[in-house]
Write a protein that binds this ligand. Sequence first.
Ligand code: DSN
Length: 431
Amino acid sequence: MSTTTDELNPLILKNWENLRDFDPEIYGAIRGEEVRETEGIELIPSENYTYAEVLAANGSVFTNKYAEGYPGRRYYGGQEYTDVIESLAIQRAKDVFKCGHANVQPLSGSPMNQAVYLGFLKPGDTILGMDLSHGGHLTHGHPVSHMGKIFNFVRYKTYPEEEGRIDEAELLALAKEHKPKMILCGYTSYPRDIDYAMFKRVADEVGALTMADVAHIGGLIAGGVMRNPFDYDFDIVTTTTHKSLRGPRGGMILCKEEHKKTVDKSVFPGLQGGPHMQTIASIAVTLKKAQEPEFKEYAEQVMKNSKVLAQTLMDGGMKLVTNGTDNHMMVMDTTESFQIGGTQAEEILDRVGITTNKQVIPDDPNPPLKPSGVRLGTPAATSRGFKEAEMEKIGNWILEALKNHEDEAKLNEIKAAVMEMCKGFPVPGIS
Ligand code: DSN
């Protein structure tokens, strides 16, 4: 190959032409998804529109490469470029999250949490984590998750009517009774910030490790608009990279320097084989983006948008779990507000081009596939440039659609308005 490394490879466009010609069904679905993501409003709080640069890195030749091991000590040859990208990703993660070590190899959120438990604990050990209907994740010990079978999860709850407060005395009593090896905070459906100092106090009382799964709010911590668990001396922090951080689908385990060996051994060879180097290249790009001043502005706007959306919904009679939000997310109790279950509400909103996801509410009497609520969030909408004015419109469309869901003409009118507004806000890397 006679090109220099800073020249664009002229085959890039040809690759897409080849895909279109060879496999029109798959190509058509990719183009269809581009249209869907462009024409509708994306409010699933765990999704985002990644950067054009990340799409490029993620579709790169690093998908060809095996790189089991870590920079400087791999089990295959030909690592001069893989070592460059992984070392950069690690250093940038340490800088962004202000921590002693970062492992950037977890394939996504579930393996990242599994690697932590399996590395630091023995089967049967106790983990004190959040009740799942109050916002905990499947990997925080749901019986259907393998982790729930291997470890003994004990649950704490929130007070949803008191803004989702977690009671320190209750947490301490549970910790003293069950003597957990690890105390876990950080959630998948919790609209408030976390009192890491309180968790650390309780953990210190019983000699437990502290872990925060900040998958949802990693970007908001990176942008400096939410608390960073490392400022409270946490041991381990896990985050996915595709949510508020705006990167590729992946995961990272961040920790104190003293835990480096345990974490690295647990990810590889403990749990995984060859890391996905195309993802690691994209994570490095994402973390470079997170260090730019624009990312702080982005994180601030995510929070402002979330406040406006929550207030608009509450003003229109929607009951929100925890009665508001301190982060990018809110959970609507559509059953109590409008006697519409979460599944039906999600379908009604899909019908008008607003994508959300059904969600259990604390101590939900209904099962996860037919829950009482719907979860919303602002990271993706903010990435395409929506600000407060657009969020107010979206909040009102949600209310109108739910209140008039039997009126086809009204739903068509809202859908047309949604598409019209979206036309003015291109999606990064797509439109
Ligand atoms: N599935 C993710 C979410 O939607 O929150 C958590 O892993």
